[in-house]
Ligand binder design. Structure first.
Ligand SMILES: Nc1ncnc2c1ncn2[C@@H]1O[C@H](COP(=O)(O)OP(=O)(O)O)[C@@H](O)[C@H]1O
Ligand SMILES: [Mg+2]
Length: 160
């Protein structure tokens, strides 16, 4: 697990762009954390890192949005119960695209329905209003081969 600190929304976006640089087709990123901690901001930075030019907006009112970048980016938000139900009904495998990288806000809430191979990013608020603490951990076989590269990419934000 890697623990990081950011001090602004742009800082969180830059961190996310750093992770996006390591993304591979089929990756799943689970975004965890309370409302307003920066899950959508993270997705925006991640998209920038993939070279997505279109603005990334919160998918709070639709289940899924797709963007074109170096890799296609699929962005889901399962906060709403009907989204969660839709996800379960459709089956996550229908939404996960092997050629794309998928980011799921509130993904920890549907973890049992997700494949057990993902990077989890948890965002938490801290003392100052614009401070956030982020923790990254990997589950499954996909990310361990990239652990060193991930540590290097996240070094600017890593706290002891
Ligand atoms: N360090 C930070 N990282 C991310 N967002 C931050 C930070 N500091 C302030 N913010 C603000 O917090 C809010 C995060 O909102 P959003 O990304 O929509 O959260 P979520 O998707 O988790 O509900 C934005 O208004 C953003 O400008
Ligand atoms: Mg959001």
């Amino acid at each position: 697990m890697i623990t990081m600190a950011t001090t602004s929304v742009d800082d969180t976006r830059a961190l996310a762009a750093g992770i996006a640089g390591l993304a591979e087709p089929g990756d799943l990123i689970v975004l965890a954390g309370d409302l307003g901690t920066g899950k959508t901001a993270f997705a925006q930075g991640f998209a920038q890192g993939l070279g997505v030019e279109e603005p990334v907006t919160s998918p709070a009112f639709v289940l899924v949005r797709t963007y074109e970048g170096r890799l296609p980016m699929v962005h889901l938000d399962v906060y709403r119960l009907d989204h969660m139900q839709e996800l379960v009904d459709l089956g996550i495998s229908e939404l996960l695209d092997e050629g794309a990288v998928t980011l799921v806000e509130w993904g920890d809430a549907v973890a049992p329905a997700l494949p057990a191979d993902f990077l989890e990013v948890r965002l938490e608020s801290a003392e100052a209003p614009d401070d956030r603490v982020l923790t990254v951990r990997s589950v499954g076989p996909g990310w361990p081969p990239r652990a060193d590269a991930l540590r290097r990419a996240l070094a600017p934000w890593t706290v002891a």
